[in-house]
Design a protein around this ligand. Structure first.
Ligand code: NAD
Length: 512
């Protein structure tokens, strides 16, 4: 994060927030909380700019995105600096999760939008094809409101925006109040790349500004954040009958099968749990390991975790907690687990050697589903290990959750891994890998249960920023419609005879 503190302002003045670096506690700037009027004005300007943008060819839009890609590559250190200042994550995480992933998104959608969104001729079924022609045109929706969280401030602001823009929309972005400067950098990047004025706007502020954006006249909301806020956004969209995608929290399970390569599985558990300080929507939060191999697996995990370096400068493996509220959640879940009998194998406290918001990389065992650490999103550097009888038990436990975002299975038997993955009630699952789905551009990404509604990315995601408009053309120039009236019994009798011929015989059903 940053550490966000309200600044005292005179009555009637706009609210302001000051921000500090979570790793060093040094101040990094201030933002204004933008209001309902600001949100409406931004949407109005964006709507005007969209009219022309929506008529441009995909190639024209792609040229702007390709320029943005080159600028981002050239200026990647500037972007990394901003992300590091407001999150306290590691440089490698900023590089891979934010810069690499954003470059990939810019390149993928600028290259593939024309193919994914080109007008499609539909092959109609049966006799319908003799009478009608049909095509689907993907038309932009208008203005899309993108509301993003703090854990991936650049990628989670850029990726939906790139897709919405390539589909011909304007975008108004409301980045998290915890990481607003990354959001502002996105606007700077698009401006430098030559995106038309007004087409991409950023609103700074907290929940008040986010709520204002949902009611500012947008045509869709693309929301990424917590379940609690997601519900509020869903209500606002429902009341206005506008679509939304909700990418929400998770509590991903990892299943370690008896036949898995334990070194790889231990490495995967550590990467899945500590990447981005555990602030990863599809990070591994629960590990179910088959009893026979549980001790060996746990030893390997603890050995690796004990060697993780935590810090604020130079080379280190695990960064700061991005904002104080998350530290409260982590400590609450840990004390609840310990009070109910869980054992801390390593870590388990704030890091006393660092000034910022640091929680030591932690492994906790003897956990149960009576504990918050196994049922609620912890979103921190905690790896919780639970022994299970066998793989069936593991699947049962993995599915015993109100969340369903991601998950992962580790086994030497790839086919078995896929079969287990198919039984996990989740948006996506990895086999012998973790947290990868969001990074695979072709794969639709979204949660089940409380983890979300709708999907982003790939064909499904990109088309979600459009209205798929079928255009139906009568092959006979409208003769049939002209014969509709007057209705007659004779016409009905003819139709009933025709239906019996069509669906009452096997030949008819084959042709129909
Ligand atoms: P949050 O819900 O607190 O905030 C998300 C955004 O919503 C912020 O920009 C915030 O200012 C805004 N907001 C707050 N109240 C609002 C309201 N009433 N109306 C509209 N907008 C409002 O979430 P967070 O703490 O920033 O992010 C962490 C959460 O995001 C975690 O639960 C994490 O799992 C989830 N997440 C999900 C995905 C995914 O793809 N599924 C990806 C990353 C993070």
């Amino acid at each position: 994060m940053a550490i966000v503190t309200p600044i005292e302002t005179p009555p009637g003045a706009r609210r302001r927030l000051s921000l500090a670096n979570p790793a060093t506690l040094e101040p990094i700037g201030e933002i204004e909380v933008q209001t309902e009027d600001d949100a409406k004005a931004a949407v109005e300007v964006a709507r005007k700019a969209q009219r022309e943008w929506g008529t441009l060819s995909f190639a024209d839009r792609a040229r702007v995105m390709q320029r943005a890609l080159r600028i981002l590559l050239d200026r990647q250190d500037d972007f990394i600096d901003v992300v590091l200042r407001e999150t306290g994550k590691t440089r490698s995480e900023a590089l891979m999760m934010e810069i690499f992933a954003t470059c990939d998104s810019l390149n993928f959608y600028s290259k593939n939008a024309a193919k994914i969104l080109k007008t499609q001729k539909l092959k109609l079924h049966g006799l319908m094809r003799l009478m009608k022609q049909a095509r689907i045109t993907y038309r932009p929706l208008g203005v899309v409101g993108v509301i993003s969280p703090w854990n991936g401030p650049l990628i989670l602001s850029m990726n939906p925006s790139v897709q919405a823009l390539m589909a011909g929309n304007a975008v108004v972005l409301k980045p998290s109040e915890v990481t607003p400067f990354s959001g502002k950098m996105v606007a700077e990047l698009f401006e430098q790349a030559g995106l038309p004025d007004g087409l991409f706007r950023v609103l700074t502020g907290d929940g008040e500004t986010g709520a204002a954006l949902t009611r500012a006249g947008v045509d869709k909301i693309s929301f990424t954040g917590s379940v609690a806020t997601g519900r509020k956004v869903a209500v606002a969209c429902a009341e206005q009958l506008i679509p939304c995608t909700l990418e929400l929290g998770g509590k991903d399970a990892m299943i370690v099968c008896a036949d898995s390569d334990l070194d790889n599985a231990a490495g995967g558990a550590v990467a899945g749990s500590f990447m981005n300080t555990g602030h990863y929507c599809c990070g591994t939060e629960r590990v179910y390991v088959v009893d026979d191999i549980a001790s060996e697996f746990t030893d390997k995990v603890v050995e690796r975790v004990s060697k993780l370096r935590q810090g604020a400068e130079g080379e280190f493996d695990v960064g700061a907690i991005f904002w104080p509220n998350q530290l409260d959640v982590i400590e609450d879940h840990m004390s609840d687990a310990i009070a109910k009998g869980a054992k801390v194998a390593c870590g388990g406290r704030r890091n006393p050697d660092l000034v910022g918001l640091f929680y030591e990389p932690t492994v906790i065992t003897d956990v149960t589903h009576d504990m918050k650490i196994m049922t609620e999103e912890t979103f921190g550097p905690i790896l919780a290990i639970m022994r299970v009888r066998d793989e069936e038990h593991a699947i049962e436990m993995a599915n015993d959750s109100p969340y369903g975002l991601g998950g992962n299975v580790w086994t030497r038997d790839k086919q078995r891994g896929i079969e287990i993955a198919e039984r996990i009630e989740s948006g996506s699952v990895c086999v012998n890998d973790m947290t990868m789905t969001y990074g695979i551009q072709e794969a639709p990404f979204g949660g089940r249960k409380n983890s979300g509604v709708g999907q982003v990315n790939g064909e499904t995601g990109l088309r979600g920023y459009c209205h798929a408009e079928p255009i139906i053309v009568d092959r006979m120039g409208g003769k049939q419609a002209a014969k509709m009236y007057p209705a007659s019994r004779k016409q009905d009798d003819g139709m009933q005879k025709f239906m019996r011929m069509l669906w009452g015989t096997s030949l008819g059903r084959r042709l129909g």
